[in-house]
Design a binder for this molecule. Sequence first.
Ligand SMILES: [Zn+2]
Length: 350
Amino acid sequence: MPHRTIRRWICWFGTTLFASLILAGCSLPAIAWQAETSDSAILGMMAQVETTTLIDRVNQLAGETPAQIGGESYTITTRDTGSGLPIAKATQFAYEFLETRGVAASYHYWNECDIENRNVVGEITGVERPEEIVLVTAHLDSISTSGLAPGADDDASGSVGVLTIAEILAPYQFQRTLRFVLFTGEEQGLCGSDVYARQAAASNLNIVAVFNMDMIAWDSDAEPIVRLHTRQTNDAGYAADLAIANTFIRVVEEYGLKGALTPIVAPDALDMSDTYSFWDNGYPAILAIEDDDDDAGDFNPYYHTSADRVSEFNTTYYTNFVKAAVGTTALLAGVVHTPKAKLYLPAMSR
Ligand SMILES: [Zn+2]
């Protein structure tokens, strides 16, 4: 694409969507355009996240509306790992979603915690550093202490985040390999992710970052806090986790979400989500979650009940969260926009 066209497009983009880009984009000398090109690609990806699309997808996973699975209409009333047909349908839904978006899908079968099920994996293979793998994850299964388990916030919200990121990023090329993994058996003790992470370590898979989203649509107060859980500061792996968290923070600060989200690093090695399975196997990982701090008083009161429904979502918060996740994923994987594009690619090691 010729220089002038790129510049015009960026100016248009900045004027219409992000007023701040007028300054950042249109007053810089032409030599800076290569870097701007990468940024504008990421902003373009983030702009594709739409509330109506997200909610439509969560409605299907959480049983509010029927889903099309295997060419037939089916209502997913629960995603409990022990539910048999419903969780089989839910995993098939995710598999087909990825396949139809051009993301190579597969099932990862596991047997652990005296149960067996399957995780769903989608891959966009990196074009420059394919052996370096960035994982974007959530858990597809749900649980309830009362009746059915719609699990809208926990964790259809994160699962739809993963699927939507895969869809938006599929047309692009990345330096690193992206893997989108939806786990089952999370609610029984991180069972599906435990097997996945152990097998990854055993085969020396070079996972450079795990970005895990679990409960990302609840916000009932005026503070749009996002907690980014890492290992503890005295842990040798803390710096690598922090690099992932800082990538998320950078997206919020520099890609139009300042004020819309308030990310806070929580270095407590929280063992309540699939992130822990990767820490346990030496991999850099973070859990990105709504404000789950007990003392903050905004924990989802419908957690693990049949009332964890889409109608309780803060849709603005949820949409912004997924936008930030799109940008974070793109930065972690390194967008290959033009052969000469100057890229931000955080240095990461296991
Ligand atoms: Zn969860």
